[in-house]
Ligand binder design. Structure first.
Ligand SMILES: NC(=O)C1=CN([C@@H]2O[C@H](COP(=O)(O)OP(=O)(O)OC[C@H]3O[C@@H](n4cnc5c(N)ncnc54)[C@H](O)[C@@H]3O)[C@@H](O)[C@H]2O)C=CC1
Ligand SMILES: O=C(CO)COP(=O)(O)O
Length: 321
């Protein structure tokens, strides 16, 4: 919507031809954003060739599970040197890969960046003020995306730390699930800010172990998106957590949502990776026990509250771990 409103011709690829026709006719995507008008400049199509062949910039927002499969199908229609920006906030299980890494693997002939920040879709389409981050080592790509997407309600910042920005977007989903769960059992406001702050500590600790810059986590794609998704019931990850906290099974909670909640897979992938790398991630590990091994929430909370003493702030001189 923003690209079209900024005067760009936009092709939106959707799999189902009926949905494409309905979007073009009604200017609305009735399943995902009912009642929200899509600008005239958005042309929906079920043809990858039509969507991609003439594109100078491609924004990929396929759920992480299907990302690689769609890149493979689409490869032949993507011209050399196309700017490709991943908007997906997840991790690909096979090899623990981020989407930019899949892009390097499947579309090595393109220029790659990622977009991440506090960007709940429903608020963006309602034109509520927010900001985002475009991350890439390619300065020119960042500048092009800033120019293409900035408007009076959307500010676009840049960051060369692509891995940190992308990890921020993927990891915060874990804590949004935890925060939804905490809300369902009626914890207080102190508890919520305690959870969010310790979440930030452990997600940056994990990301640094994987080579990201801890400072990235102070930005919009780190703390910004963490706050948005841990405090809003517009977040699907938060919603799934809320349902789990109310006693629903994982299957029931995911089915009730009927949309993507990346955090559910990310919890497992990150808990396993943290164990493999020996990174201290008590919240992610505890959540994994609750969600995948039916550990009672009260017991897990008690264990978290009685863990060994730790420093408040890491990554400063004289304190570690
Ligand atoms: N919805 C939001 O507020 C935001 C979502 N994201 C990220 O964007 C990614 C996608 O999320 P949403 O669009 O919200 O998910 P969604 O579940 O609402 O929709 C995903 C879209 O991908 C399509 N899709 C699903 N499987 C597919 C496949 N195998 N091949 C092709 N298309 C397929 C669906 O039909 C749907 O159109 C996620 O990684 C999410 O974290 C990022 C920022 C905001
Ligand atoms: O990443 C998002 C907002 O920035 C969307 O969060 P959910 O996927 O939890 O809805």
């Amino acid at each position: 919507s923003i690209l079209a409103a900024n005067g760009h011709g936009v092709n939106l690829w959707v799999r189902d031809p009926e949905t494409a026709a309905a979007i073009n006719l009604d200017r609305e995507n009735s399943r995902y954003l009912p009642g929200k008008e899509l600008p005239e400049g958005v042309n929906a199509t079920d043809s990858l060739e039509e969507a991609l062949a003439e594109a100078s910039m491609v924004f990929v927002a396929i759920p992480s599970k299907a990302f690689a499969e769609v890149l493979e199908q689409a490869r032949q229609w993507v011209p050399d040197g196309t700017l490709v920006i991943s908007c997906t906030k997840g991790i690909y299980a096979d090899g623990f890969l981020l989407m930019s890494e899949l892009l390097h693997q499947y579309w090595p002939h393109t220029r790659i960046g990622v977009l991440s920040g506090p960007n709940l879709a429903k608020e963006i389409v309602e034109q509520k003020f927010t900001g985002t981050v475009v991350a890439s080592a390619d300065d020119e790509l960042c500048q092009t995306v800033q120019e293409a997407l900035s408007c009076d309600y959307f500010r676009v910042y840049d960051n060369p730390d692509i891995y940190g920005v992308e990890l921020g977007g993927a990891l915060k989903n874990i804590y949004a699930v935890a925060s939804g769960m905490a809300a369902a059992i009626g914890v207080g406001e102190n508890s919520r800010s305690f959870l969010i702050t310790r979440a930030l500590a452990e997600m940056s600790r994990f990301a640094v172990e994987l080579g990201a810059n801890p400072m990235t986590f102070l930005g919009l794609s780190g703390v910004g998106d963490l706050i948005a998704t841990c405090t809003s019931n517009l977040s699907r990850n938060y919603q799934v957590g809320f349902q789990l906290g109310q006693g629903k099974s994982l299957e029931e909670a995911v089915e009730a949502l009927g949309q993507t909640a990346e955090g559910i897979n990310t919890i497992k992938l990150v808990a396993d990776k943290a164990a493999e790398l020996d990174v201290y991630m008590p919240l992610a590990t505890a959540l994994y026990q609750v969600v995948y091994h039916q550990q009672p929430l009260e017991i897990v909370i008690q264990q978290l509250m009685s863990g060994e003493y730790k420093h408040d702030v890491e990554f400063q001189s004289g304190s570690n771990g």
